[in-house]
Design a protein around this ligand. Structure first.
Ligand code: GLN
Length: 185
C-alpha cells in the first residue's frame, strides 16, 4: 500500500514514520506528479490557511478533490480535518470541502488551546489524544459516523472513504488510529 503524505507544511515526517512502522510505503506529496498511483492520502496538521493556499498555488487542490470524491481513502488530522470540512465556522470552505462536517477552528482558544487527554475511539478503545490549537466538529451531515468525543465535542468522524480527527495521533507514540485508517477506510 502506497500512502501519499501531503508534505507542504506541518507534521508530515511523524506521519511517515508511523505509517512505515505499520508496513506501509509512503510518498511525500509536494507537486502534482507525486499523486500518481497513491492508494491513500494523509493530510497532516499544520496551518490550514497556509496549506489550503499552497494546494491552490501548486494546482493540487482540484486533482486531490477529484481523487477523494472518486474514493481515495483520506485521513486528515487537525488542519487536515479543516481542509476536508465542507464548512469552517459556519461558512462554505474553498479548500477540499469533501466531507459534510462543519468545524470550528482554534476551538479551544488560540494561546492555551493545547492539551493531552485520553478518550474512547469507536472500534479501537481508549487512545491518547494530543490537541494543538485544534478544531472540533460542530455539525455532521448525513452518513457521517462520529468516532470520538471529548467533553461533548466531536473530535473524530468518518464519512465513506474519509477519516477526520481533531488531534495529532502521529506524536502520541500510539499507532492504533493509523492502523485503523489502513485497515478500515
Ligand atoms: N490551528 C490550525 C488551523 O486552524 C490547526 C492546528 C494544527 O493542525 N495543529 O489550521
Amino acid at each position: 500500500m502506497k500512502v501519499g503524505v501531503l508534505a507542504l507544511q506541518g507534521a508530515f515526517i511523524e506521519h511517515e514514520k508511523m505509517l512505515k512502522s505499520l508496513g506501509a510505503e509512503t510518498v511525500e506529496i509536494r507537486q502534482l506528479p507525486d499523486i500518481d498511483g497513491i492508494d491513500a492520502l494523509v493530510l497532516p496538521g499544520g496551518e490550514s490557511t497556509t496549506v489550503g493556499k499552497l494546494l491552490k498555488d501548486l494546482k493540487l487542490l482540484e486533482p486531490l478533490k477529484q481523487k477523494i470524491e472518486d474514493g481515495l481513502p483520506v485521513f486528515g488530522t487537525c488542519a487536515g480535518e479543516i481542509l476536508l470540512a465542507e464548512k469552517i465556522d459556519g461558512k462554505a470552505s474553498d479548500h477540499l470541502a469533501t466531507m459534510p462536517i462543519d468545524v470550528k477552528r482554534n476551538a479551544y482558544g488560540r494561546q492555551l488551546g493545547s492539551f493531552n487527554t485520553t478518550a474512547e475511539f469507536n472500534g479501537i478503545g481508549k487512545v491518547p489524544m494530543c490537541f494543538i490549537r485544534a478544531p472540533y466538529i460542530t455539525l455532521v451531515g448525513d452518513g457521517v459516523e462520529v468516532l470520538a468525543e471529548v467533553d461533548g465535542k466531536i473530535v473524530a468522524a468518518r464519512y465513506k472513504n474519509q477519516l477526520a480527527i481533531s488531534f495529532h495521533p502521529e506524536i502520541s507514540g500510539d499507532s492504533s488510529i493509523h492502523r485503523f485508517f489502513l485497515e478500515h477506510v
